[in-house]
Design a protein around this ligand. Structure first.
Ligand SMILES: [Zn+2]
Length: 147
């Protein structure tokens, strides 16, 4: 739940930034020309407004994209950025070592994100594997088996 609320908060911040940018555009750019009693529209008939709206759209789309990109690489539990990318699998020996993918882990051990590097049947979702509360249990069991 916290994960999605964080995304909503980021998108709300983007909306606030875009509203401020729109307000700035209205303050800086002049009103479109009025011919007799007919006022030209802003978009498509006034060059400066059309260019500004085009740039506004690009900035808005870029900010939303950055929100979702940032959200993708965050821990689902603590919202920290995932770290330590590890490349697994093999590009040239896929049948033997598995498909190439990149693994990211939460620095506090809450989980691991598997990002597939190759997509066979369209876009595949990333795999989030939640770890147990005690991340050291696996290492302790390995060290005890060596004794
Ligand atoms: Zn975490």
């Amino acid at each position: 739940m916290k994960y999605w609320l964080f995304l909503v908060a980021k998108l709300a911040l983007v909306v606030a930034v875009l509203r401020g940018l729109w307000w700035g555009m209205e303050q800086v750019l002049p009103e479109p020309v009025t011919i007799a009693t007919y006022q030209l529209g802003r978009f498509g008939q006034d060059f400066y407004w059309t260019t500004a709206i085009f740039l506004f759209f690009l900035i808005g789309a870029g900010l939303v994209f950055l929100c979702f990109l940032d959200q993708r690489y965050r821990c689902r539990t603590c919202l920290r950025r995932l770290r330590m990318p590890l490349s697994t699998g093999s590009w040239d020996q896929m049948l033997q070592f598995g498909r190439p993918k990149m693994e990211y882990i939460c620095p506090f051990g809450h989980g691991t994100l598997d990002v597939h590097q190759i997509q066979f049947s369209g876009r595949e979702k990333d795999d989030w594997r939640k770890h147990d509360d005690d991340i050291w249990r696996e290492l302790e069991s390995l060290s005890e088996s060596e004794k």
